[in-house]
Every structure is written in C-alpha cells, then in structure tokens.
Write a protein that binds this ligand. Structure first.
Ligand SMILES: C[S@@+](CC[C@H](N)C(=O)[O-])C[C@H]1O[C@@H](n2cnc3c(N)ncnc32)[C@H](O)[C@@H]1O
Length: 246
C-alpha cells in the first residue's frame, strides 16, 4: 500500500510529534469519558503513527497496548519513545493493515483510533472493528467533520478532492449506531491541537524541502494549512466515545 507517491508524505510525518491533530490533553480527556466500570486490560491503538496516543494510553490505563500501523518507521520511533519512557514492556508494535482484522487479535477492552479511521473509510472501520471488541468494550476515535451545514466554496472544493467522504457529526453518530455502537460521549478537539499539529508539520516540511526540493505533496500540505487558517471554524475533529452495544 506504500507506493513511491506516498514516500514524500511519510517522510514529512516521520519527523512530526504527531501525525494528525491531537494532544496528551485530548487523549486524557477522551479516556476520562469512558464508563467508570470499564476494566481496561487490553487496548488496540489503530493507525498509531509514532505513538502520540499510545504512550498516554499505556501510562494512564496500566493496560497492555498493541499499536498497529502499516508504516514501520513510525513504529520504530514509537518503540524508541516507549523505551525512553519505561513503557516498552507494556507496548507491542504490529506492522499491519488495520483493515485486515484477522491479524489484529480479538477481545479487546478498548480500541483507539485518533485521526486514522478515515483512511480505510469510517463506516468500513466501524464495521470491521466491532468484532475485535469484547462485549460492552469501547471504541474511541477522532474524525474530521463539517461543523456547518453550508461550508464555503473554498473549503468545500478542497475537501471534495482531499476527503470526499467527509460529513457531519450527526451522520457519523448514526453510522456508528447502525454498526452496533452506542454513543457514550463526544467533544470537539481544541484549536490548540490544530496549532501544535501545524507547527510540527511546518518545521518538518521546511526540513524536507531543504533536503529533497519541492514535491506536490508539500504544496498540498501547505494548502491544507491555508484552508484551515481561512475556514477552520467550518470544520474540525470530533472525538467519539462509543461502546459496543452488546
Ligand atoms: C493521521 S495519522 C494519525 C496517527 C496517530 N494516531 C496520531 O494521532 O498522531 C494516520 C495513521 O494511520 C496509518 N494508517 C493509514 N492507513 C492504515 C492502514 N490501512 N493500516 C495501518 N495503518 C494505517 C498511517 O500510517 C498513519 O500513521
């Protein structure tokens, strides 16, 4: 799945602290919304990237976390960070396609997917991941959604190319319900998460351009930031805390 076309994209994100908007505070806030009685011993972090959420999950829950991503260099960084934090005994990395659920295990108490479910299609992810959970287990995900009914032409045109399947929060919640989850809670990610993300991307982009010269992927990333700066009140990430309904 990793064509040469994706390499310049991965190169930028190998050097960023996170690969999508998010933060320690956001991961902790979502953890705080899980049902109090939920026992969390086994966690699966899907599309974990370099593990921004993985380390928080291992530290805060005390559980064993299996962290899955199909880009091995991300997992190498995660392992180094886990070791530095003394968490390596409780984190297992798995280089795998998160759409191929046969390789991922089952009976997890908690599935986690920050900014990653969209890449295999959100509805597809909801359906495929349901059997990975034990009865009443939880799925926490973040997803890019429209906040307004009538987005500007500029934002609409950008996402028609970049994320044609993007819809609003209510639609995603209904899709989750149809896939067999109930909504426990939800919240919108903060502007601070976006700013930290773009600060990391900009640093890494400048270094990548200095190293290898301009690539169309670099222009797309810069355009994405410009759209956010101009139209960022029209869309954003929502965090959905879901529970398997049986
Ligand atoms: C937007 S990044 C989010 C990374 C991380 N969760 C975070 O919040 O920083 C999406 C991640 O999903 C991974 N990914 C995308 N499609 C995947 C697939 N089919 N199987 C496994 N990993 C995938 C990418 O390599 C990337 O690390």
């Amino acid at each position: 799945m990793q064509s040469d076309d994706l390499q310049p994209f991965f190169e930028v994100f190998e050097d960023t602290p996170r690969q999508g908007p998010g933060s320690v505070e956001t991961t902790r806030r979502a953890l705080g919304l899980l049902p109090r009685w939920l026992r969390v011993d086994r966690v699966l972090d899907l599309g974990c990237g370099t593990g921004g959420s993985t380390l928080v999950l291992a530290r805060e829950t005390g559980a064993h976390v299996t962290a899955v991503d199909f880009h091995p260099p991300f997992l190498a960084t995660l392992r180094a960070n886990a070791e530095a934090a003394g968490l390596d005994q409780r984190i297992t990395t798995l280089a795998a396609d998160m759409a191929d659920t046969t390789a991922l295990g089952s009976d997890f108490d908690l599935l986690w997917a920050e900014g990653s479910a969209y890449s295999i299609g959100l509805e597809n992810a909801l359906q495929r991941w349901w059997p990975l959970l034990r009865s009443q287990g939880c799925l926490v995900l973040t997803e890019l959604v429209w906040f307004v009914d009538d987005p500007s032409e500029r934002a609409r045109a950008f996402f028609a190319d970049e994320y044609p399947d993007m819809c609003d929060e209510a639609t995603r919640i209904e899709q989750a319900r149809q896939a067999g989850y109930r909504l426990v809670d939800s919240f919108r990610l903060s502007a601070a998460d976006w700013h930290a993300y773009y600060a990391g991307v900009e640093r890494s982009l400048s270094a990548a351009i200095a190293r290898r010269g301009q690539h169309p992927v670099h222009a797309t990333l810069r355009r994405e930031r410009e759209i956010y700066e101009a139209c960022g009140d029209e869309y954003g990430y929502v965090c959905l805390v879901l529970q398997r309904d049986e």
